[in-house]
Design a protein around this ligand. Structure first.
Ligand code: ZN
Length: 343
């Protein structure tokens, strides 16, 4: 039998954090990722990070802009870095408002440096592309430090959602229950047990594999934020920290609708290129088989539309955002209304 060289040293991740993780107080700094390029031979990608610590306790890792065109998380977390003080907490809060800084700066979903979607390349590589190095750092350094992880998403430029916090169905039922409780504590208008189209390579899956309490969100979309969606993010992150036992304050609790995505019948994908005519708006109820959208051909006039139907009854929680759709695009997402899980 050939002996595999198990002793070969794992390459070191080149990202350096400029602030301490284990000192009390509030420290603003950077995750500095060396990135040599034409305009800066010894340059770096600078990813802002704030670490706030007050004694022993749980650690929360709060992240935004895993995708660079989603804004509620960056707004709420950037505000939190200014507003949250060590005296307000017990334990530690690690805030990275712009996790995928290159994509955030270019207002794109994927990184302009390597074309990678940060939320599809976990666990990353310490010796890989810039995005792979970011993923590896979060997987091997930041996520292991955390007890609770909140990762903000929205629909970006091509999707729009009703505002929801999400947890996943997990094989580890105790962990699943903890994630669902934290999702409900976030208290978005909708709380959704989310089925991913493809969870391989996601930050979510990596954090869940570490056994952590993980909550994600989809708070809107269209490549912008609204007063309402930002308000939900700002309230939710505080509620999440209170739930984690870190922030000492009273939660703000409003009604939340519990939703579930039991299977792939929740998704409707377009098989046509064309112009979308919405038939149902976000948050409205639909019956299985009811028309949900039409896609009109645009090459010539006088050609009928293709009509797409809901594949299950429920609430329209997500849909394609721009007016034009391509074959293969996600056209609609329908989730089922369910009773809230007991906490
Ligand atoms: Zn996203």
């Amino acid at each position: 039998m050939i002996q595999v060289n198990a002793t070969a040293a794992r390459p070191t991740n080149p990202i350096a954090c400029t602030v301490p993780f284990d000192e009390d107080g509030k420290h603003h700094g950077f995750l500095r990722l060396p990135y040599s390029r034409n305009d800066s031979a010894w340059g770096s990608v600078m990813i802002p990070i704030t670490v706030i610590r007050n004694g022993e306790g749980s650690t929360a890792l709060l992240t935004g802009a895993c995708h660079g065109d989603e804004y509620e998380g960056p707004v709420a977390l950037q505000a939190l870095t200014s507003e949250l003080e060590p005296k307000d907490i017990e334990g530690r809060v690690i805030i990275v408002p712009f996790m995928n800084m290159p994509a955030f700066r270019s207002a794109t979903r994927v990184s302009p440096l390597d074309g990678a979607n940060l939320n599809r390349i976990f666990p990353g590589r310490p010796d890989g592309s810039p995005s792979e190095k970011i993923a590896d750092y979060f997987d091997t350094v930041l996520a292991p430090m955390a007890d609770y992880v909140l990762d903000f998403h929205s629909g970006g430029k091509t999707l729009d959602f009703v505002p929801f916090a999400a947890a996943h169905r997990l094989e580890a039922k105790l962990q699943e229950a903890s994630c669902i409780a934290a999702m409900q504590a976030f208290n978005a208008p909708y709380s959704l047990v989310l089925l991913e189209i493809d969870n391989v390579g996601m930050f979510d899956t990596a954090v869940e594999n570490h056994g952590k309490v993980f909550v994600s969100t989809e708070l809107g979309g269209g490549g912008t934020a609204t007063a309402r969606s930002v308000g939900i993010a700002r309230k939710g992150v505080r509620n999440f920290l209170i739930h984690a036992g870190i922030l000492k304050a009273e939660p703000v609790v409003e009604p939340t609708e519990s939703l579930d995505m039991p299977d792939a019948e929740c998704f409707v994908f377009s098989e046509d290129d064309g112009l979308i005519e919405p038939i149902v708006d976000l948050g409205e109820e639909v019956e299985e088989g009811a028309p949900i959208a039409r896609v009109w051909p645009v090459g010539r006039s006088g050609v009928p539309a293709a009509t797409y139907h809901a594949r299950r009854s429920g609430i329209l929680v997500g849909r394609h955002f721009p007016g034009l759709v391509k074959s293969g695009d996600c056209l609609a997402v329908v989730a089922e209304k369910v009773d809230p899980r007991p906490q």
